[in-house]
Design a protein around this ligand. Structure first.
Ligand code: KIV
Ligand code: NA
Length: 276
């Protein structure tokens, strides 16, 4: 299994890092079999799997429940679990307790937190000092979308670009193991990636990041309707899955399923009870 220090070596050697989200046993198993470098149990779980309106409804218990299933499916893949909305904002004590629970109960190798404001850099440092590697997440941070004013590209003007670079330096200085950059202009990604010595992992942040992350359901077009511009889908399971189910439905109605191939028969018909 890769460790977070291997990620740093990959940055130094120029080998791109691949990350995909997974939320359950089968998706994790697929990611591991595909050779994906690392798995993120993202709080996007709330929207893509649980059907919530946003990620703010996701709880610590939700994350633990799903991350445990992911661990069973991909026991040999470096796994990162999102700390969900408000689980690391009330007090440092509360944040540490939640982090401890998620880390211990899921056997994940790392946690991820959004932003660099307030006590978050200090939290990154304290968790890292305690032995919990932390991945930071800047740019579009969905947990604060109500403050950011929508799902928009971040850091497009001079002031916000500078702030993003300063924040990236801050989380790196506080010991973050890697940095997810979401919806950031490619030119700014390039500057940030060169400015810090931890790997950047981009989603909607261009090709210059040290790695890329996408949501499992977006890659497979599975259960999602509209896809953001930065997503590339590699198949269409909405179509393939619905077609398969439609064919099953029709086979049953027409009695073409189950066929003899899918049925069991008596070895000796004399064993059958008599019909009255
Ligand atoms: O929850 C998630 O899926 C994420 C990725 C978009 C980075 O945080
Ligand atoms: Na997330």
């Amino acid at each position: 299994m890769l460790s977070v220090t291997d990620l740093k070596n990959m940055k130094d050697s120029g080998e791109k890092i691949t990350m995909v989200t997974a939320y359950d046993y089968p998706s994790a198993k697929q990611a591991e079999h595909a050779g994906i470098d690392m798995i993120l149990v993202g709080d996007s779980l709330g929207m893509v799997v649980l059907g919530y309106e946003s990620t703010v409804e996701v709880t610590v218990d939700d994350m633990i429940h799903h991350a445990k299933a992911v661990n069973r499916g991909a026991p040999d893949t470096l796994t990162v679990v999102d700390m969900p909305f408000m689980s690391y904002h009330i007090s440092q004590e509360d944040s540490l307790r939640n982090a401890k629970r998620i880390f211990q109960e899921t056997s994940a190798q790392s946690l991820k937190v959004e932003g660099a404001s307030g006590d978050i850099p200090e939290l990154i440092k304290r968790l890292t000092d305690a032995g919990i590697p932390v991945i930071a997440h800047l740019g579009l941070t969905p947990q604060t979308v109500n403050v950011l004013g929508g799902f928009k590209v971040q850091g497009r003007d001079e002031a916000t670009a500078q702030k993003l670079l300063d924040d990236a330096r801050k989380v790196a200085d506080h010991g973050a193991a890697a940095l997810v950059l979401e919806c950031v202009p490619t030119e700014l990604t390039n500057i940030i990636t060169n400015a810090i010595d931890i790997p950047t992992i981009g989603i909607g942040a261009g090709v210059d990041c040290d790695g890329q992350v996408l949501v499992y359901h977006d890659i497979l077009k599975y259960g999602v309707d509209r896809l953001p511009k930065f997503v590339k889908s590699y198949t269409d399971l909405n179509e393939k899955g619905t077609e398969a189910l439609r064919n099953y439905h029709s086979d049953v109605k027409q009695e073409t399923f189950p066929s003899a191939d899918h049925s069991f028969f008596m070895k000796n018909k004399q064993n059958l009870p008599e019909q009255d």
